[in-house]
Design a protein around this ligand. Structure first.
Ligand SMILES: Nc1nc2c(ncn2[C@@H]2O[C@H](COP(=O)(O)OP(=O)(O)OP(=O)(O)O)[C@@H](O)[C@H]2O)c(=O)[nH]1
Ligand SMILES: [Mg+2]
Length: 190
């Protein structure tokens, strides 16, 4: 049976979380109308990732993961809810608008998920349309988030990057998951 990983997608309203989640789940219905997410939507899909072997000379191993993507509303009304269910997350994907206007809103989400390790988190700086929003290397003010892998994403110009960067993130979340399981097993044995 495929290992199940729960990934929360969080960030300010209107930053593109639902559009990215739909793309990752291969939902073909795409409209440009904005429908604020009411609470949370859970999308389920499988991804097969190729894990680097731990020992040299061994071939990479394909592993299929069952992903539960929790596409959360960015509305501050729901902040309290995420706090109470944050324990169930294996990973957190932060999404904000690359134009930088809502970057500081990421702080509140980072505070909610402050117990997550760096390997369990990633940031998508999302660009909407083909406008003149800055691209290139992104630097975040939040101390924890600035240390993470930050991807510049766009559904208009380079949608495939979203999938590749998500798979890399998933690999890191899976490794964090297996390491914590191994530690748990060791603590039972010893
Ligand atoms: N052109 C373009 N539009 C996008 C892109 N990503 C999102 N949008 C549009 O931007 C609007 C907001 O996107 P959503 O994905 O609904 O935003 P959200 O972060 O889920 O917002 P909440 O659910 O309120 O927290 C919608 O009208 C989307 O169609 C993109 O890459 N390109
Ligand atoms: Mg949404």
């Amino acid at each position: 049976m495929a290992t199940k990983l729960v990934i929360f997608v969080v960030g300010p309203s209107k930053s593109g979380k639902t559009a990215i989640a739909n793309y990752l789940a291969d939902l073909t219905v795409h409209t440009n109308d904005y429908h604020p997410t009411a609470g949370v939507r859970i999308l389920e899909f499988e991804r097969t990732i190729s894990l680097e072997p731990r020992r040299p000379g061994v071939r990479p191993k394909d592993t299929t993961l069952a992903v539960e993507l929790w596409d959360c509303s960015g509305d501050p009304r729901f902040h309290g809810c995420w706090e109470s269910i944050s324990e169930s997350a294996n990973g957190v994907l932060y999404v904000y608008g690359l134009d930088g206007k809502n970057e500081k809103d990421l702080d509140v989400f980072q505070n909610i998920f402050k117990n997550m390790k760096e390997s369990q988190c990633a940031v998508f700086a999302h660009k909407m349309g083909s406008g003149t929003q800055k691209s290139g290397k992104v630097k975040l003010a939040n101390k924890f988030l600035s240390k993470l892998s930050i991807s510049t994403t766009s559904l208009d110009t380079e949608p495939e990057t979203i999938r590749t960067d998500f798979d890399n993130f998933l690999m890191s979340v899976y490794q964090a998951y297996t390491e914590s399981r191994e530690r748990e097993e060791e603590s039972i044995v010893t």
